[in-house]
Each structure stands twice: as C-alpha cells, then as structure tokens.
Design a protein around this ligand. Structure first.
Ligand SMILES: O=c1[nH]cnc2c1ncn2[C@H]1C[C@H](O)[C@@H](CO)O1
Ligand SMILES: [Zn+2]
Length: 375
C-alpha cells in the first residue's frame, strides 16, 4: 500500500499547530505592548519608558536582558501599575488566553500575585475574580476563532513580603473556580522558601498542590529547601539542579547521552520522585541563571530523563511564546516532534488539574495532535 504519511517540517506554522502545555507563565509578564500603552492612558499612568508599542516592546526586552533577576524584576513595576482595576485585569487575562490559544497552547496555568493588584481598592478575591472572568472571555473568544484552550490559574505570593499564608488560603478558597495551585516568586537570594513554611503547610493540610520558584538566581540550597522542608510538587525553574550533577570532563551539552554522569542526593531525589522542572530557557539567559542557550542544561536534564517541561515565564520581557521556545530548543539541541511530544506529555502529567482531566487531554488532544505531525 502507498504510505502517504510524512513527517511535517518543523517550521513556525507547524509548531503553531502542535498542541502545547504551559505550566509557568506570569500574567503580569505577558501583556501585549499595545495594551500596556492603552491601559496606562486609561488610568493616567505617566511613567512608561516609551510611547509607542514597538519601542516599548524593545525596552522590556532589553531591560530584562540584564543578567540579574533583581533588575529583570524591576520591569514589572510598569505592568503591575496598569493592572489595578477589575476591567484592566480582565482585559489582560482575556488577551492572555487568546494569545496562548493562537499559539497552539491547549492547557495553561497562568500565575500572578494578587497582593500586587490592590492599590486601587480591589480585594484579593475581587482581583482573582476579575482574572478568572477574563480567562473565561478569552477561552470563549478563542473557541469562536476555532481554538480550544483550558485556562487555569495559580496564585503567587511575593517571597519578600509576608502575605503567603493569606494567598495560600485564597488558592484553597478558589480551588473549585479555576485556581489550581499556589506559588512563591520574586527575588530569590535572601528570601529562602522556608520563610513561607506555614503557607506550604496550609496547602498540604488541604491536599492542595503548589510550586516554588527555586534554583534560578540562587543555587542548590534553595532547591533543597523547596523539596525537603517545604514539600513542593514542582520546581519553578529548578535549573540549578545541574550544580548537583557532574559530567565527564569535556562533555558536549548537546550530546544524545550522558553516560558517566554522576548525580548527588538532591538531583537524584528530584529525578527519582519525578519532580517536574518548569524550565524557561529564554528567561534563564536574561536573568543570568545560565550564560547562553548553548550553556543551558535543558538537554542534559532531558537526556538524563528528568521530568523537564518547556515554559515561557514572561512572554513580554523575553519577547517569546511557546512556539519560539520550541524553535530555540530545536535549533540548539536538534529536537524533533517526538521530543516535543514527550515534553508536552511531561507537562500535562505535571499539571495541577485532576488526573482524569490530565489523561483526557493527553489521550484526546496531545497524542492525536502529534500523531498528525509525526505522520
Ligand atoms: O522568573 C521569575 N523569578 C522570580 N520571580 C518572577 C519571575 N518572573 C516573574 N516574577 C515575579 C514578578 C511578578 O510581578 C510576580 C508575579 O507574577 O512574579
Ligand atoms: Zn517565573
């Protein structure tokens, strides 16, 4: 019989069609540049560093390219400033759902810190409600455009502040309305995850999952605390787990196998327990967590069979998307569709929605989607 099946070329068009799962994306790091301008105009915010969309997009990308997490985080002052009303939050959330769906993301957990959106008088609950309303509108608009996406939310507490227990309670209060977990973010050095133990204990006592930004700007001790003392379900970044892996001298980071690699106790625990790594390649280069994409341990971790997932972190600051992160990894490490299917299934298995929902997306959406591309 004639076999007409063929592997689809790995180009931007096909990548946009590939089903993708996004676990680590910040709502306040993913605004459209034009929306930042519109909202600033509406609320009378006069401190934006540029006044046209193209220059503003460039400013975010270049300023975030600082090699320092602390300087990278300073750019959020402008996005958070224009996200203080229910209407603004809902608009940003709606556009986020539409943009992700347009890029072929079929399931997303988008996070933000409700405590940063209270300056115009909203309550924590009102902030979350506005975002969830916006997601629902975006999902409906995407469906009208022929795209199906499931949008869920993670609420983040800022690690330098002292509201984590309250935010964990907020996560549990909204657990049946679209909030599927809790996170801590912000500057890592000086703010270890164990400062927020009571929040993590509250989540665990309620059988509710959480992730922790750890092992990005700070190394292994932060990962160790997050898994051993806090009991995190996933690691936000976790990229510095590589510090606990020794490779034979002269190893090529783009190799297919890493025979002879030796794992320390922390790295072994992360791999043994299948703790998902929410890796964000472009963001990691910008914040200086790694020197370049070529130096990124993504491939080492993937080949050593850690549960790696691909993420955007902040689409505005990194001028990125899931498709762009996939292309970057393809160009650097030569990955093909089967690899991207594995990373996507990894991510879906690691999602915070219930098991039956994860399975349905894997069996009904992800596998059939890649079967078409692989041919
Ligand atoms: O990569 C990150 N590391 C630590 N904190 C981050 C990162 N990206 C964004 N944030 C912070 C800045 C945002 O205002 C906050 C909530 O989304 O989370
Ligand atoms: Zn992040």
């Amino acid at each position: 019989m004639n076999d007409l099946r063929a592997v689809a070329p790995l180009d931007p068009g096909a990548l946009r069609l590939a089903p993708k799962v996004l676990l680590h994306d910040h709502l306040d790091g993913g605004l459209r540049p034009a929306t930042v301008l519109d909202l600033a105009h509406e609320v009378g915010y006069g401190d934006l560093p540029a006044d046209d969309a193209e220059s503003l997009a460039r400013w975010f990308r270049e300023s975030a390219d600082s090699g320092s997490l602390v300087r990278y985080l300073e750019t959020f002052t402008h996005t958070v400033a224009v996200m203080q009303t229910a209407a603004a939050l809902a608009r940003v959330a709606r556009e986020c759902a539409e943009d992700l769906a347009d890029d072929g993301v079929v399931y997303a957990e988008v996070r933000f810190a409700p405590e940063q959106h209270l300056t115009a008088g909203l309550s924590l609950d009102e902030v979350v409600e506005a975002v969830l309303d916006g997601f629902a509108e975006g999902v409906a608009a995407a469906a009208d455009a022929g795209r199906t996406i499931v949008m869920r939310c993670l609420v983040t507490a800022m690690r330098h502040a002292a509201r984590s227990r309250e935010i964990a309670e907020l996560a549990v209060r909204f657990r049946h309305r679209g909030v599927v977990g809790f996170d801590i973010a912000g500057a890592e050095a000086g703010y270890p995850p164990s400062r927020h133990l009571d929040a993590f204990e509250y989540m665990r006592a309620n059988n509710a999952p959480f992730t922790i930004h750890a092992g990005e700007a700070f190394g292994l001790p932060s990962i160790h605390e997050a898994i051993s003392f806090c009991g995190t379900d996933r690691l936000g970044h976790g990229v510095r787990v590589i510090d606990d892996i020794s490779l034979p001298a002269g190893s090529d980071l783009a190799a297919h196998t890493f025979a002879g690699a030796e794992l320390g106790d922390v790295a072994n625990y992360v791999r043994d327990k299948r703790i998902p790594l929410e890796l964000c390649p472009s963001s990691n280069v910008q914040t200086g967590a790694v020197a370049s994409i070529a130096d990124h341990p993504f491939n080492v971790l993937a080949r050593l069979r850690f549960r790696v997932t691909v993420n955007t972190d902040n689409r505005l600051m990194s001028d990125t998307s899931m498709s762009k992160e996939f292309i970057t990894l393809h160009d650097q490490f030569g990955y093909g569709w089967a690899d991207f299917e594995r990373f996507t299934v990894n991510a879906m298995k690691s999602a915070f929605v219930h098991f039956d929902e994860r399975l349905a997306l894997i069996d009904d959406v992800i596998k059939p989607g890649y079967a078409v591309l692989i041919g």
